[in-house]
Design a protein around this ligand. Structure first.
Ligand SMILES: Cc1ncc(COP(=O)(O)O)c(C=O)c1O
Length: 454
């Protein structure tokens, strides 16, 4: 058992240590009052430290702070840098594009090549580009409602698909409610959003058989409420029920691109004909340059064309000025052409296996009632004994105080985990020595917690 007193004592100790080790970051926080709450974007405050580390640069799988500390980076920009920070091919492509104009509202030659690369990697023939994954999901929801003439979408409890109004609905005590933390929510989402637990076939079937759901929008493995694995056969059942009920199936593979080449549905889920109708991918596809894509089948493309022919000219409600600008096209072209390759995944998966084996050994030797969640290059240790099967169980398994103390202690030992749950990403440029150091330091931190005496 790890006592709450041990956790609180560690947090207090590590805060002191963090403040002493990061004087320049502290001074930076104090003079950044021009930014609301001291940062240009409030998520930068989600780390468990008293003020954020100020980054000087990041290369490969390391990040250097203005205080000169070099961190082994397992956060990797919460997936945006999952293939390594500034891969040389990306840096070169961006430098080349920088002198040739960045946004023309016109196609480029690289864009045509990129569409072929996307089709080859993800197995869908038609694509569109947006500026963020949030925007891609918003566009896709609009398309699905337009294509089916149905108003509802179905999501899974605990999901996250970006800043997308339509999906901020939770199940609390079996009732759908607006996510309680929302700011300025005026539209009632409940009439047009159905939310069920992941892996609950009965609830899914009952909802889809109503015949009024435009699309299921899902991650094929939930990754934003901790990780929740698909039960064996679940994705095939989901696909079958969508087909039988005329519901479109959208896989948001923004995070699960880490599962393997082509994303999770191509690596694990897809018996032939069992892929999604539409797939969304963001973040890492541009290596950190804002961009995202959504791909779809021939049938969906034909229905989109028919819908376009049937509506009056004018705004569709889809698209923003900077979408598919030349810089983001150049970024994705470099990433897909030279970085996100099959052999890159071989290394990532080998590093993930090394980390998982080490975490399991640590859990066993320290007799922790924890478990490891792992798909492809995405790994989490969860401070509860049993893997969750749905969003509610995953929320219940979280231990924010313990997680924050561990994150901060690891930060002070030069290791960055994602600030959300205990997410660790392995990149094609993560070294085995970085994985071993993480395991060693986590072992030390757990040892301190276990051996704490007040
Ligand atoms: C599954 C998933 N979809 C979409 C998004 C939104 O991405 P962005 O914030 O880049 O719009 C996220 C962000 O974490 C995500 O995890």
């Amino acid at each position: 058992m790890i006592s709450s007193t041990a956790v609180a004592a560690m947090k207090a100790r590590e805060i002191e240590r963090f403040i002493a080790a990061n004087p320049k970051s502290k001074a930076h926080a104090e003079r950044s009052s021009g930014w609301f709450q001291g940062v240009p974007f409030h998520w930068m405050l989600d780390w468990p430290s008293p003020f954020p580390i100020v980054s000087a640069k990041a290369e490969g799988a390391t990040l250097t702070s203005i205080d000169g500390q070099v961190f082994d980076d397992f956060c990797l920009g919460d997936t945006a840098g999952m293939f390594g920070h500034s891969p040389p091919a990306l840096a070169a492509a961006l430098a080349e594009q920088a002198g040739q104009g960045l946004s023309y509202m016109l196609p480029t030659v690289k864009g045509a090549e990129l569409a072929d690369m996307l089709a080859a990697m993800f197995g869908l023939p038609h694509w569109q580009v947006t500026t963020t994954a949030s925007e891609a999901n918003r566009a896709v929801i609009r398309w699905c409602r337009g294509l089916t003439n149905r108003s509802k979408i179905l999501i899974f409890n605990g999901c996250y698909h970006g800043a997308v109004d339509d999906v901020f609905v939770d199940l609390r005590e079996d009732k759908a409610v607006h996510r309680q933390s929302l700011i300025g929510q005026v539209h009632d989402l409940l009439p047009t959003v159905t939310v069920v637990e992941f892996n609950d076939v009965e609830a899914l079937e009952a909802a889809l058989r109503q015949g009024d759901v435009a699309c299921v929008l899902a991650e094929p493995v939930m990754t934003n409420v901790g990780m929740v694995r698909d039960a064996p056969g679940y994705l095939d059942t989901l696909r079958r029920l969508c087909t039988e009920t005329g519901t479109l199936l959208v896989f948001d593979e923004t995070h699960t691109i880490s599962s393997g080449y082509g994303g999770h549905s191509n690596t694990h889920g897809a018996s032939p004909g069992f892929g999604p109708d539409i797939m969304v991918i963001g973040k890492s596809i541009g290596g950190g340059v804002p961009c995202a894509v959504y791909g779809f089948t021939v049938e969906i493309a034909q229905r989109m064309e028919a819908l376009n022919r049937s509506r009056p000219a004018g705004h569709s409600g889809i698209g923003t000025t900077l979408s598919a600008n030349a810089l983001s096209i150049a970024a994705m072209h470099a990433m897909l052409g030279q970085v996100i390759a099959r052999d890159a995944y071989s290394h990532m998966l080998a590093m993930a296996d090394r980390l998982v084996a080490g975490l399991n050994a640590l859990i066993e030797t320290r007799q922790l009632d924890w478990h490891v969640s792992h798909v492809g290059a995405r790994v989490e240790f969860v401070c509860s004994a049993t893997p969750p099967t749905n969003g509610s169980e995953a929320r219940a398994a979280m231990n924010p105080a313990l997680e924050a103390a561990i994150h901060l202690a690891l930060t002070n030992r030069g290791i960055l985990l994602a600030p959300f749950h205990n997410m660790m990403l392995l990149s094609p440029v993560t070294h085995a020595s970085q994985v071993d150091r993480l395991l060693h330091e986590l072992g030390n931190v757990v040892g301190e917690l276990r051996e704490y005496r007040a």
